[in-house]
Design a protein around this ligand. Structure first.
Ligand SMILES: Cc1cc2nc3c(=O)[nH]c(=O)nc-3n(C[C@H](O)[C@H](O)[C@H](O)COP(=O)(O)OP(=O)(O)OC[C@H]3O[C@@H](n4cnc5c(N)ncnc54)[C@H](O)[C@@H]3O)c2cc1C
Length: 91
């Protein structure tokens, strides 16, 4: 008797050349490269934020939603001129 189904895991890649143009850092994850962010969702380029699958080695909807919420809130704070403690970029 054969299997009832297959669960496939495909590799992912960035959908734009934005990373190459801006030069933010990547790491290699189990399904492809992902953007490195700090705990405030900031990439290695100051003022550039990432959220969701693009900055996660493992993809989950709830993480994407949480990342988007954090990135939006911190981006808003930065536009107000706030400097959050420990807001450092990850090399
Ligand atoms: C088959 C499958 C099943 C899954 N099942 C689950 C599950 O059961 N539970 C769970 O938690 N997660 C699941 N996931 C993962 C979940 O879907 C993702 O983690 C989540 O959708 C990531 O959200 P995101 O906003 O980062 O990216 P996405 O939802 O992929 O949104 C990115 C958006 O950007 C758009 N976009 C891309 N390039 C450009 C561009 N150049 N310009 C403008 N727009 C662009 C895309 O069209 C897309 O609408 C599943 C994923 C897949 C593929």
């Amino acid at each position: 008797m054969g299997p009832d189904g297959l669960f496939l895991v495909t590799r992912t890649r960035q959908g734009t050349d934005l990373a190459a143009r801006l030069g933010y850092a990547f790491e290699e994850g189990p399904v492809g490269p992902y953007t490195v962010v700090d705990r405030f969702q900031q990439t290695s380029v100051a003022g550039v934020y990432a959220a969701g699958d693009i900055c996660r080695p493992v993809h989950q909807a709830i993480w994407a939603a949480a990342d988007g919420s954090s990135a939006g809130a911190v981006c808003h704070q930065s536009l107000l001129g706030a400097r959050l403690p420990e807001q450092k970029t990850v090399a």
